[in-house]
Design a protein around this ligand. Structure first.
Ligand code: GRF
Length: 230
């Protein structure tokens, strides 16, 4: 018997708050997905505002991009003794994001495990993008080039990108959207990575736009569904 589609979406945000959703984007590296999300916000595909960029790597590409666009940056995790003006501790992070009225958190190349306090403070509101067709090639140790090396080494004929809501583990939360790419016998891991990344840059904005438009509902078995825009 097919799972029941929830009849009505439980609105993520109250109707009077249907203005632009307030977004926090977490990065650890180049920030190409941050840039794709920012472009989609700028051209109106995403009804949202990137309020802050959070990174464990101050000065990384995503951090610098945020600063170039006048977006506030926060360093997380930071040790208690790191009193930099941007530093936020694990204990302070949930309240800091609540104070910024953050509606949704987008992990975009962020390599640290999200603390359980934050996962619980933002239920069904934290997305991650992973460069494989989860659950394949996911979990601890599967990140960046390691994913694509494993895909090529196993002879997988397909790979792709996955957007999922996070839970308290790496890469195991409910899947919201996926895109598939072919893997050819002559492919190098770098070629697979580039093909997947191209799909990521289209898929993440589409998924975040759906979330910001309240076009995501939850099946009774806990699977999130995107409903296409008009
Ligand atoms: C991307 O492949 C993404 O899937 C993974 O981190 C990689 C780098 O992301 N989570 P970005 O270029 O820093 O957005």
């Amino acid at each position: 018997m097919s799972p029941t589609i929830a009849s009505a979406a439980e609105p993520y945000r109250t109707p009077d708050a249907r203005g632009a959703a307030q977004l926090a984007v977490f990065v650890s590296g180049g920030g190409s997905n941050l840039k794709a999300l920012h472009a989609a916000v700028s051209d109106g595909r995403i009804n949202g505002t990137i309020v802050t960029v959070v990174s464990d790597k101050p000065g990384c590409g995503g951090w610098k991009f945020a600063q170039s666009k006048g977006i506030a940056v926060l360093q997380f995790p930071s040790k208690k003794h790191e009193s930099g003006e941007h530093a936020v501790t694990i204990e302070a992070l949930p309240a800091t994001l609540r104070d910024l009225n953050i509606d949704f958190i987008c992990l975009a190349g962020f390599l640290k495990l999200i603390p359980v306090e934050l996962v619980r403070a933002f239920p069904r509101r934290i997305l991650n993008i992973h460069p494989s067709l989860l659950p394949a090639f996911g979990g601890a140790g599967y990140y960046g080039a390691r994913v694509h090396r494993a895909v090529v080494a196993t002879g997988a004929r397909y790979s792709g990108a996955t957007i999922h809501f996070i839970d308290e583990e790496y890469d195991t939360g409910p899947i919201l959207a996926q895109r598939v790419v072919s893997v050819y016998p002559s492919d190098t891991p770098q070629q697979v990575a580039a093909r997947v990344l191209h799909q990521e840059h289209e898929l993440y904005p589409e998924a975040v736009a759906a979330l910001c438009d309240d076009r995501v509902t939850w099946r009774e078995d806990g699977v999130p569904i995107i409903w296409k825009g008009h």
